[in-house]
Design a protein around this ligand. Structure first.
Ligand code: GDP
Ligand code: MG
Length: 365
Protein backbone atom coordinates (compact mmCIF):
# COMPACT_ATOMS: atom_id res chain seq x y z
CA UNK A 1 0.00 0.00 0.00
CA UNK A 2 1.33 3.43 -0.90
CA UNK A 3 1.34 6.25 1.63
CA UNK A 4 -1.52 8.07 -0.10
CA UNK A 5 -3.74 4.97 0.11
CA UNK A 6 -2.86 4.41 3.75
CA UNK A 7 -3.79 8.02 4.45
CA UNK A 8 -7.14 7.55 2.74
CA UNK A 9 -7.85 4.36 4.71
CA UNK A 10 -7.17 6.07 8.03
CA UNK A 11 -9.20 9.11 7.04
CA UNK A 12 -12.11 6.80 6.20
CA UNK A 13 -11.82 5.01 9.49
CA UNK A 14 -11.78 8.32 11.39
CA UNK A 15 -14.91 9.43 9.52
CA UNK A 16 -16.65 6.11 10.28
CA UNK A 17 -15.76 6.12 13.97
CA UNK A 18 -18.24 7.72 16.33
CA UNK A 19 -16.71 10.18 18.75
CA UNK A 20 -17.29 9.16 22.35
CA UNK A 21 -15.42 8.26 25.53
CA UNK A 22 -14.90 4.66 24.42
CA UNK A 23 -13.42 5.53 21.02
CA UNK A 24 -11.38 8.52 22.22
CA UNK A 25 -8.15 6.58 22.70
CA UNK A 26 -8.42 4.75 19.39
CA UNK A 27 -9.20 8.01 17.54
CA UNK A 28 -6.23 9.72 19.15
CA UNK A 29 -3.90 7.02 17.87
CA UNK A 30 -5.45 7.12 14.39
CA UNK A 31 -4.92 10.88 14.24
CA UNK A 32 -1.30 10.46 15.30
CA UNK A 33 -0.80 7.84 12.57
CA UNK A 34 -2.43 10.15 10.05
CA UNK A 35 -0.20 13.07 11.05
CA UNK A 36 2.86 10.85 10.76
CA UNK A 37 1.88 9.58 7.30
CA UNK A 38 1.08 13.06 6.01
CA UNK A 39 4.49 14.19 7.13
CA UNK A 40 6.08 11.25 5.30
CA UNK A 41 4.13 12.10 2.17
CA UNK A 42 5.31 15.71 2.39
CA UNK A 43 8.92 14.59 2.75
CA UNK A 44 8.59 12.23 -0.19
CA UNK A 45 7.14 14.99 -2.37
CA UNK A 46 9.90 17.31 -1.20
CA UNK A 47 12.55 14.79 -2.30
CA UNK A 48 10.95 14.48 -5.71
CA UNK A 49 11.20 18.22 -6.07
CA UNK A 50 7.45 18.67 -6.06
CA UNK A 51 7.63 21.33 -3.43
CA UNK A 52 6.94 24.89 -4.43
CA UNK A 53 8.45 26.70 -1.49
CA UNK A 54 6.47 29.91 -1.55
CA UNK A 55 4.79 28.36 -4.56
CA UNK A 56 4.21 31.39 -6.62
CA UNK A 57 7.24 33.61 -6.84
CA UNK A 58 5.85 36.50 -4.91
CA UNK A 59 7.43 39.68 -3.88
CA UNK A 60 6.32 40.49 -0.38
CA UNK A 61 5.09 44.05 -0.62
CA UNK A 62 3.49 46.38 1.86
CA UNK A 63 3.35 46.21 5.63
CA UNK A 64 1.62 42.81 5.63
CA UNK A 65 -0.10 40.25 3.46
CA UNK A 66 -3.70 39.01 3.35
CA UNK A 67 -4.62 35.81 1.49
CA UNK A 68 -8.13 35.85 -0.01
CA UNK A 69 -9.43 32.30 0.17
CA UNK A 70 -12.73 30.87 -0.96
CA UNK A 71 -14.53 28.34 -3.12
CA UNK A 72 -14.75 29.18 -6.84
CA UNK A 73 -17.04 32.04 -7.90
CA UNK A 74 -17.73 33.43 -4.42
CA UNK A 75 -16.38 36.82 -5.55
CA UNK A 76 -12.72 36.83 -4.50
CA UNK A 77 -11.47 38.58 -7.62
CA UNK A 78 -14.28 41.13 -7.48
CA UNK A 79 -13.31 41.93 -3.87
CA UNK A 80 -9.65 42.34 -4.80
CA UNK A 81 -10.57 44.70 -7.62
CA UNK A 82 -12.84 46.74 -5.37
CA UNK A 83 -10.38 47.05 -2.50
CA UNK A 84 -7.18 47.57 -4.48
CA UNK A 85 -5.74 48.96 -7.68
CA UNK A 86 -5.54 45.44 -9.14
CA UNK A 87 -7.44 44.10 -12.10
CA UNK A 88 -8.11 40.44 -11.57
CA UNK A 89 -10.30 38.66 -14.08
CA UNK A 90 -13.92 38.27 -12.97
CA UNK A 91 -16.33 35.82 -14.59
CA UNK A 92 -19.50 33.92 -13.75
CA UNK A 93 -17.80 30.53 -14.08
CA UNK A 94 -15.38 28.60 -11.88
CA UNK A 95 -11.58 28.74 -12.11
CA UNK A 96 -11.25 32.11 -13.80
CA UNK A 97 -8.31 32.95 -11.59
CA UNK A 98 -5.52 30.47 -12.23
CA UNK A 99 -2.63 32.30 -10.64
CA UNK A 100 -2.13 34.49 -7.66
CA UNK A 101 -2.96 38.13 -8.32
CA UNK A 102 -1.61 40.71 -5.88
CA UNK A 103 -3.13 44.10 -5.20
CA UNK A 104 -2.29 46.85 -2.74
CA UNK A 105 -4.88 48.21 -0.35
CA UNK A 106 -4.01 51.42 1.47
CA UNK A 107 -5.99 51.98 4.65
CA UNK A 108 -5.16 54.55 7.33
CA UNK A 109 -1.69 54.82 5.85
CA UNK A 110 -1.03 51.06 6.04
CA UNK A 111 -0.03 49.31 2.84
CA UNK A 112 -1.73 45.94 2.93
CA UNK A 113 -1.05 43.45 0.15
CA UNK A 114 -4.08 41.37 -0.80
CA UNK A 115 -3.57 38.14 -2.73
CA UNK A 116 -6.34 36.79 -4.90
CA UNK A 117 -5.92 33.03 -5.03
CA UNK A 118 -7.40 30.39 -7.31
CA UNK A 119 -10.52 28.98 -5.67
CA UNK A 120 -9.92 26.20 -3.20
CA UNK A 121 -12.17 23.21 -3.66
CA UNK A 122 -12.77 20.50 -1.13
CA UNK A 123 -9.95 18.03 -1.63
CA UNK A 124 -7.33 20.55 -2.67
CA UNK A 125 -5.25 19.67 0.37
CA UNK A 126 -4.78 16.03 -0.64
CA UNK A 127 -4.18 16.83 -4.29
CA UNK A 128 -0.81 17.78 -5.62
CA UNK A 129 -0.07 20.74 -7.83
CA UNK A 130 -1.88 24.02 -7.74
CA UNK A 131 -3.95 23.31 -4.63
CA UNK A 132 -0.85 22.72 -2.58
CA UNK A 133 0.83 25.82 -3.94
CA UNK A 134 -2.16 27.95 -3.05
CA UNK A 135 -2.04 26.58 0.45
CA UNK A 136 1.62 27.46 0.85
CA UNK A 137 0.78 31.08 0.08
CA UNK A 138 -1.91 30.92 2.74
CA UNK A 139 0.57 29.60 5.31
CA UNK A 140 2.80 32.61 4.86
CA UNK A 141 0.04 35.21 5.05
CA UNK A 142 -0.48 37.50 8.04
CA UNK A 143 -4.24 37.11 7.73
CA UNK A 144 -6.64 34.84 5.87
CA UNK A 145 -9.76 36.44 4.45
CA UNK A 146 -12.29 33.63 4.06
CA UNK A 147 -14.84 34.63 1.45
CA UNK A 148 -18.17 32.84 1.62
CA UNK A 149 -21.05 33.04 -0.85
CA UNK A 150 -24.31 34.01 0.78
CA UNK A 151 -25.94 30.98 -0.87
CA UNK A 152 -23.30 28.57 0.47
CA UNK A 153 -22.89 29.59 4.11
CA UNK A 154 -21.38 26.15 4.79
CA UNK A 155 -18.40 27.18 2.67
CA UNK A 156 -16.58 28.61 5.68
CA UNK A 157 -16.29 25.23 7.39
CA UNK A 158 -15.31 23.46 4.15
CA UNK A 159 -12.41 25.90 3.80
CA UNK A 160 -11.46 25.63 7.43
CA UNK A 161 -11.34 21.83 7.21
CA UNK A 162 -9.26 21.99 4.06
CA UNK A 163 -6.76 24.36 5.65
CA UNK A 164 -6.71 22.32 8.85
CA UNK A 165 -5.60 19.26 6.89
CA UNK A 166 -2.49 21.02 5.70
CA UNK A 167 -1.53 22.25 9.12
CA UNK A 168 -3.08 25.72 9.02
CA UNK A 169 -4.88 26.65 12.23
CA UNK A 170 -7.14 29.66 11.91
CA UNK A 171 -7.80 31.95 14.87
CA UNK A 172 -6.06 29.66 17.29
CA UNK A 173 -2.86 30.00 19.22
CA UNK A 174 -0.24 27.26 19.60
CA UNK A 175 -1.00 24.90 22.53
CA UNK A 176 1.20 25.33 25.58
CA UNK A 177 3.21 22.15 25.06
CA UNK A 178 6.98 22.40 24.83
CA UNK A 179 9.42 19.88 23.44
CA UNK A 180 13.09 19.96 24.29
CA UNK A 181 15.64 17.51 23.01
CA UNK A 182 16.76 15.18 25.76
CA UNK A 183 20.57 15.03 25.87
CA UNK A 184 20.63 11.30 26.65
CA UNK A 185 18.13 10.59 23.90
CA UNK A 186 15.64 9.25 26.44
CA UNK A 187 12.78 11.65 26.75
CA UNK A 188 9.65 11.65 28.85
CA UNK A 189 6.39 13.47 29.43
CA UNK A 190 5.60 15.83 32.26
CA UNK A 191 1.96 16.76 32.65
CA UNK A 192 1.79 20.02 34.57
CA UNK A 193 -1.98 20.58 34.48
CA UNK A 194 -5.22 18.65 34.73
CA UNK A 195 -6.04 16.93 31.44
CA UNK A 196 -9.78 16.52 30.82
CA UNK A 197 -9.86 16.00 27.06
CA UNK A 198 -7.29 13.28 26.73
CA UNK A 199 -6.20 10.45 29.04
CA UNK A 200 -2.63 9.81 30.09
CA UNK A 201 -2.63 6.48 28.29
CA UNK A 202 -3.69 8.23 25.06
CA UNK A 203 -0.84 10.70 25.54
CA UNK A 204 1.55 7.75 25.81
CA UNK A 205 -0.07 5.94 22.89
CA UNK A 206 0.21 8.98 20.65
CA UNK A 207 3.86 9.33 21.59
CA UNK A 208 4.44 5.69 20.66
CA UNK A 209 2.77 6.11 17.29
CA UNK A 210 4.34 9.45 16.55
CA UNK A 211 7.74 8.38 17.80
CA UNK A 212 8.90 11.42 19.75
CA UNK A 213 10.89 9.31 22.16
CA UNK A 214 14.00 11.41 22.51
CA UNK A 215 12.21 14.60 23.55
CA UNK A 216 11.30 15.95 26.95
CA UNK A 217 7.72 17.02 26.69
CA UNK A 218 6.02 19.44 29.03
CA UNK A 219 2.23 19.76 28.81
CA UNK A 220 0.95 22.92 30.49
CA UNK A 221 -2.49 23.19 28.95
CA UNK A 222 -5.61 21.05 28.80
CA UNK A 223 -5.04 19.93 25.19
CA UNK A 224 -7.02 17.41 23.18
CA UNK A 225 -5.44 14.70 21.03
CA UNK A 226 -5.29 16.87 17.95
CA UNK A 227 -3.63 19.79 19.72
CA UNK A 228 -1.13 17.44 21.30
CA UNK A 229 -0.25 15.99 17.89
CA UNK A 230 0.04 19.54 16.54
CA UNK A 231 2.60 20.29 19.22
CA UNK A 232 4.57 17.13 18.42
CA UNK A 233 4.55 17.86 14.70
CA UNK A 234 5.77 21.39 15.37
CA UNK A 235 5.16 22.63 11.81
CA UNK A 236 1.65 24.01 12.15
CA UNK A 237 0.88 27.54 11.06
CA UNK A 238 -1.32 29.68 13.29
CA UNK A 239 -2.90 32.40 11.18
CA UNK A 240 -5.62 34.89 12.15
CA UNK A 241 -8.70 34.83 9.95
CA UNK A 242 -11.73 36.89 9.08
CA UNK A 243 -14.93 35.79 7.31
CA UNK A 244 -16.60 37.98 4.67
CA UNK A 245 -20.08 36.93 3.52
CA UNK A 246 -20.39 38.14 -0.04
CA UNK A 247 -23.34 38.85 -2.39
CA UNK A 248 -25.66 40.05 0.36
CA UNK A 249 -27.31 42.24 -2.31
CA UNK A 250 -29.05 39.07 -3.46
CA UNK A 251 -30.81 38.15 -0.19
CA UNK A 252 -33.26 39.49 2.37
CA UNK A 253 -32.49 40.43 5.97
CA UNK A 254 -34.34 37.32 7.15
CA UNK A 255 -32.20 35.09 4.99
CA UNK A 256 -29.09 36.80 6.34
CA UNK A 257 -30.14 36.11 9.92
CA UNK A 258 -30.51 32.43 9.05
CA UNK A 259 -27.08 32.35 7.37
CA UNK A 260 -25.64 33.93 10.50
CA UNK A 261 -26.72 30.86 12.50
CA UNK A 262 -25.23 28.48 9.97
CA UNK A 263 -21.84 30.18 9.89
CA UNK A 264 -21.73 30.31 13.67
CA UNK A 265 -18.97 32.88 13.90
CA UNK A 266 -18.46 36.57 13.33
CA UNK A 267 -18.48 37.70 9.72
CA UNK A 268 -18.60 40.93 7.73
CA UNK A 269 -21.59 41.05 5.36
CA UNK A 270 -20.59 42.63 2.05
CA UNK A 271 -21.56 43.07 -1.56
CA UNK A 272 -18.51 43.38 -3.75
CA UNK A 273 -20.95 44.16 -6.55
CA UNK A 274 -22.64 47.26 -5.12
CA UNK A 275 -20.06 48.19 -2.48
CA UNK A 276 -22.09 47.50 0.66
CA UNK A 277 -19.92 46.79 3.69
CA UNK A 278 -16.60 47.29 1.91
CA UNK A 279 -15.49 50.12 4.22
CA UNK A 280 -16.38 47.94 7.20
CA UNK A 281 -14.38 45.10 5.64
CA UNK A 282 -11.29 47.30 5.21
CA UNK A 283 -11.62 48.38 8.81
CA UNK A 284 -12.03 44.76 9.97
CA UNK A 285 -8.95 43.62 8.00
CA UNK A 286 -6.93 46.45 9.47
CA UNK A 287 -8.20 45.73 12.97
CA UNK A 288 -7.65 41.98 12.74
CA UNK A 289 -4.06 42.55 11.61
CA UNK A 290 -3.58 44.56 14.78
CA UNK A 291 -1.95 47.51 13.03
CA UNK A 292 -1.48 50.93 14.59
CA UNK A 293 -0.21 54.28 13.29
CA UNK A 294 2.69 56.09 14.86
CA UNK A 295 3.48 59.66 13.81
CA UNK A 296 7.13 60.57 13.96
CA UNK A 297 8.28 63.98 15.09
CA UNK A 298 11.97 64.64 14.51
CA UNK A 299 13.77 66.41 17.32
CA UNK A 300 13.12 70.14 16.87
CA UNK A 301 11.00 69.47 13.76
CA UNK A 302 7.37 69.09 12.73
CA UNK A 303 5.26 65.94 13.11
CA UNK A 304 4.87 63.99 9.86
CA UNK A 305 1.12 63.36 9.74
CA UNK A 306 1.19 62.28 6.09
CA UNK A 307 3.17 59.09 6.38
CA UNK A 308 2.69 57.33 9.68
CA UNK A 309 4.84 54.39 10.61
CA UNK A 310 2.67 51.28 10.62
CA UNK A 311 3.47 48.75 13.33
CA UNK A 312 1.72 45.86 15.03
CA UNK A 313 -0.12 46.73 18.20
CA UNK A 314 1.92 45.90 21.28
CA UNK A 315 5.06 47.38 19.68
CA UNK A 316 7.52 49.27 21.86
CA UNK A 317 9.68 52.36 21.30
CA UNK A 318 12.49 49.88 20.72
CA UNK A 319 10.71 48.26 17.75
CA UNK A 320 9.90 51.68 16.36
CA UNK A 321 13.55 52.71 16.54
CA UNK A 322 14.51 49.60 14.57
CA UNK A 323 11.87 50.35 11.96
CA UNK A 324 13.17 53.90 11.52
CA UNK A 325 16.72 52.70 11.09
CA UNK A 326 18.51 49.51 12.04
CA UNK A 327 20.71 50.03 15.06
CA UNK A 328 18.81 53.11 16.25
CA UNK A 329 17.50 51.26 19.33
CA UNK A 330 21.08 50.95 20.61
CA UNK A 331 21.78 54.65 20.11
CA UNK A 332 18.49 55.95 21.51
CA UNK A 333 18.42 57.23 25.08
CA UNK A 334 14.68 57.70 25.48
CA UNK A 335 11.64 58.98 23.61
CA UNK A 336 9.06 61.75 24.00
CA UNK A 337 5.52 60.53 23.44
CA UNK A 338 2.19 62.33 23.10
CA UNK A 339 -1.03 60.36 22.75
CA UNK A 340 -3.18 57.78 24.47
CA UNK A 341 -0.33 55.57 25.69
CA UNK A 342 0.91 58.31 28.03
CA UNK A 343 -0.58 60.72 30.57
CA UNK A 344 1.19 63.94 29.59
CA UNK A 345 2.13 65.64 26.37
CA UNK A 346 5.70 64.81 25.33
CA UNK A 347 6.07 62.39 28.19
CA UNK A 348 9.52 60.91 28.55
CA UNK A 349 9.50 57.09 28.18
CA UNK A 350 12.03 54.26 27.92
CA UNK A 351 12.61 51.86 25.03
CA UNK A 352 10.28 49.24 26.51
CA UNK A 353 7.28 51.60 26.52
CA UNK A 354 4.34 50.17 24.56
CA UNK A 355 2.89 52.68 22.11
CA UNK A 356 -0.76 53.14 21.08
CA UNK A 357 -2.52 54.00 17.82
CA UNK A 358 -2.03 57.67 16.93
CA UNK A 359 0.89 58.34 19.26
CA UNK A 360 3.39 61.03 18.28
CA UNK A 361 6.94 59.88 18.96
CA UNK A 362 10.28 61.71 19.09
CA UNK A 363 13.32 59.52 19.56
CA UNK A 364 16.11 61.19 21.52
CA UNK A 365 19.67 60.00 20.93
N1 GDP B 1 -24.76 39.77 -7.08
C1 GDP B 1 -23.46 39.75 -6.82
N2 GDP B 1 -22.61 39.12 -7.65
C2 GDP B 1 -21.30 39.12 -7.35
C3 GDP B 1 -20.79 39.74 -6.18
N3 GDP B 1 -19.47 39.57 -6.15
C4 GDP B 1 -19.14 38.87 -7.26
N4 GDP B 1 -20.24 38.60 -8.00
C5 GDP B 1 -20.29 37.84 -9.27
O1 GDP B 1 -19.91 36.50 -9.02
C6 GDP B 1 -19.20 35.96 -10.13
C7 GDP B 1 -17.86 35.41 -9.68
O2 GDP B 1 -17.04 36.46 -9.22
P1 GDP B 1 -15.46 36.33 -9.15
O3 GDP B 1 -14.94 37.56 -8.49
O4 GDP B 1 -14.90 35.97 -10.48
O5 GDP B 1 -15.33 35.08 -8.15
P2 GDP B 1 -14.02 34.25 -7.75
O6 GDP B 1 -14.02 33.00 -8.54
O7 GDP B 1 -14.20 33.96 -6.29
O8 GDP B 1 -12.83 35.11 -8.01
C8 GDP B 1 -19.07 37.11 -11.13
O9 GDP B 1 -20.08 36.97 -12.09
C9 GDP B 1 -19.29 38.34 -10.30
O10 GDP B 1 -19.80 39.42 -11.04
C10 GDP B 1 -21.74 40.41 -5.30
O11 GDP B 1 -21.44 40.97 -4.25
N5 GDP B 1 -23.06 40.36 -5.66
MG1 MG C 1 -11.24 34.69 -9.24
Amino acid sequence: LGIAEKIREIEDEIHRTQVNKRTEHHLGLLKAKLAKLRQQLDEERGRRGGRGGLGFALKKGGDCTVAIVGLPSVGKSTILNRLTNAKSKVAPYAFTTLDVVPGMMVHKGARIQLLDLPGILAGAASGAGRGRKVLSVVRNADLVLLVVDVFQPGGASVLQRELHEVGIRLNRRPPDVTLTKSPQGRGGVTIACRLTRISESTVKGILDVYGAHNANILIREDVDAEEFIDALAGNRHYVPALVALNKVDLVSTEYLAQARKEIGEEFVPISAENGTGLEALKEAIYGRLGLIRIYLKPQGGETDFDEPLIVRSGSTIGTICERIRRGLAKEAKYALVSGTSVRFKEQRVGLDHVVADGDIVTVIR
